[in-house]
Write a protein that binds this ligand. Sequence first.
Ligand code: 5GP
Length: 190
Amino acid sequence: MKLLEERIIKDGVFLGNDILKVDNFLNHQIDVALLDKMGAEWARLYEGEKITKILTIEASGIGIACIAARHFGSCPVLFAKKSKSSNIGDDFYTAKAYSFTHGNVNDIVVSKKYLGKGDRVLIIDDFLANGEALLALTSICNKAGAEIAGVGIAVEKWYQGGGDKIRDMGIRVESLAKIKKMEDGRIEFC
Ligand code: 5GP
């Protein structure tokens, strides 16, 4: 998506260690108009897929998923929590997710009340790097018996290999900006 690529070039900051900072518009301060256009693009790509639920992971995925959901009719957004809060109850699906940015492992949880057989899920997240977050979310869908229609990613750092790992599992992945290379502050898109 040209608009997102241009915004990454304009406002993205390469921090080294494979981290791209986009907190000017995507995951701290949020450009709602841009997120709305991204949501429209995923809706176009997944048209006719009969999505019943958008699944994401806290925290950065939530805003992106909620704005995208406006383009998917009455589809609710469900987000995996990174810790088991006392009000989630005892009945939940869980999976381990290694966090690329924090360097720790989270036991992510989703209440069994909100995901199950009959759901056709679109997973949305801000970044795709090594694919750990997605592996945990797909594992939760599998445990719930929910069908995965596909994945929508804002920024895929393709060279890190996570996207192709998920595609090799037979899961459709649509990334709106795909980075081929990030070196010395220069970003090259696929
Ligand atoms: P993965 O699990 O695919 O290795 O990494 C994806 C997760 O790590 C995303 O949920 C995202 O929050 C975070 N992440 C990975 N790479 C970056 C990055 O370059 N910049 C930012 N801001 N977050 C990232």
